[in-house]
Ligand binder design. Structure first.
Ligand code: TXA
Ligand code: MG
Length: 432
């Protein structure tokens, strides 16, 4: 199978071209409805042409399509069709007991997934894409209109989270109705499904054009670092997917935070783009606990750790080919062994937010040792570290590194928790 990369013009630059939120009566954006423009009359070029082509593939074939989100690139398939969902597991080499996150374009689509109905009916209920007349779209952060009704099928515990963090890097676990419109392969025999409304307008428009929720894991081959650029997907899945939509580098760089609000107290199953401290500031989430472990035999919130509750967290993950040695923040680190690193080497295309510099490794007596040193500085800001992390691991791999020494960041309850979680899983060795 040939793997094509299709660039989506204006993605990330002029999102209004890709679609917009409907407007609530008070003028604020209405997360219930994401509207997608109709194709312009000829001879005008349609900026959504790559997305319409991808959506056509998603509707008519069992081969998944890779697309960008604000976290990482996803490998998407119609979540209501078993043949399509099986295509994801086959392309990635993913274990079948690891459930997939369901990506929705708006809250109306989510509510349909919470209503008992078999998969076929789900297809018939899809609204046709709506034309967009005005290019401007109000900021989704500012809605003051109540989004939820008293008998809303979306559980009340999630209302403050949705209002604050959606669209964005947060996945919530929801009860799977019986019968469910979702293909059973999506949930891997869990009684719940994970749902996410991405901040990426490109992703929401693709979902709306496909007319179905998209099940999408990260678009890496199983065990590899998640892809944050289209070329990373091609490197891993060339010949196994037909199409990669290229929307540039992912803004966040680590995956979504996965939370379970159906249990008491509510729990974080995977740290990610939304910080635990931010969750804690939401009503009903003050006592949120961490139900994941970073280290073997870790003690999680005062109790001996049980098996991780997000099945995916037990697998080897995020690993480049090179051996990763992680120095925990505050440890002895690498001080005193690194010589000048001043030969800037190009990092290739895209915007990973770092350069690779080449220098020499010095022995204790100051003499050069017979190996090549590549140095990557992701900066002091932990958001920049998250943004560049996976791309840096992949870049060092492609430059032929044998060992990657990583200096950890302090474990905060912000995005640093996600950075250190990924690094501890990628590491063959952790040094204090
Ligand atoms: O940012 C993201 O979340 C990216 C982008 C593409 O949206 N997706 C992603 O998917 O990271 P994936 O499949 O690589 O990771 C999904 C995680 C796994 O750890 C999985 O076990 C957990 O979410 N998960 C999904 N559904 C679940 C469920 N019903 N119960 C418990 N854990 C679930
Ligand atoms: Mg993944």
């Amino acid at each position: 199978m040939e793997t094509r990369i299709l660039k989506v013009p204006l993605a990330g630059k002029d999102d209004a071209v890709l679609g917009r939120w409907a407007t609530a009566p008070d003028g604020t954006p209405d997360l219930n409805t994401w509207e997608v423009p109709s194709p312009p009359p000829p001879p005008s070029a349609d900026p959504l042409a790559p997305l319409r082509e991808a959506a056509h593939l998603l509707r008519t074939t069992p081969v998944p399509v890779a697309f960008p989100t604000e976290t990482v690139y996803g490998l998407g398939a119609d979540a209501t069709r078993s043949d399509a969902v099986r295509g994801i597991f086959a392309a990635k080499g993913r274990p079948a007991d690891n459930p997939l996150i369901v990506h929705i374009s708006d809250l109306s689509m989510l509510r349909r997934l919470l209503t008992p109905s078999p998969p076929q009916q789900q297809q018939e209920h899809q609204p046709a894409p709506q034309p967009v007349s005005s290019p401007s779209s109000p900021s989704p952060q500012s809605h003051s209109q109540p989004l939820f009704t008293a008998d809303d099928p979306i559980p009340a515990i999630y209302h403050p989270l949705i209002t604050r963090f959606w669209p964005g890097p947060l996945t919530i676990l929801l009860p799977r109705p019986t019968p469910s419109p979702l293909a059973p392969e999506v949930t891997a025999s869990q009684p719940t499904f994970g749902a996410r409304l991405p901040a990426s307008a490109l992703a929401r428009t693709l979902i709306a054009l496909a007319g179905a929720p998209l099940a999408a894991p990260s678009a890496n081959a199983s065990t590899r670092p998640s892809p944050t650029a289209a070329r990373h997907v091609r490197d891993d899945l060339r010949g196994r997917v037909a199409l990669v939509l290229d929307g540039g580098a992912c803004a966040v760089g680590v995956e979504s935070t996965v939370v379970d609000g159906l249990c008491v107290p509510p729990a974080v199953l995977r740290p990610g783009g939304v910080g635990i401290e931010e969750l804690r500031s939401c009503p009903g989430w003050e006592g949120v606990v961490k139900a994941y472990e970073d280290r073997e035999h870790a003690v999680v919130d005062g109790a001996a750790a049980a098996a991780p509750r997000a099945p995916g967290m037990k697998y080897k993950h995020y690993s480049p080919r090179a051996r990763v040695v992680l120095f925990e923040a505050g440890g002895r680190g690498r001080k005193g062994v690194v010589g000048p690193a001043d030969d800037a080497a190009a990092d290739g295309e895209g915007d990973p937010g770092f350069v690779v510099r080449e220098g020499a490794l010095l022995g204790a007596d100051g003499t050069e040792m017979g190996c090549r040193l590549l140095d990557v500085d992701l900066g002091e800001d932990v958001r920049a570290v998250a943004h560049g992390l996976f791309a840096a691991l992949r870049e060092l791999d492609s430059l032929g590194a044998d060992v990657i020494f990583v200096e950890g960041v302090s474990d905060g309850d912000d995005i640093a928790a996600a950075v250190m979680n990924r690094l501890r899983k990628a590491a063959s060795e952790i040094r204090a």
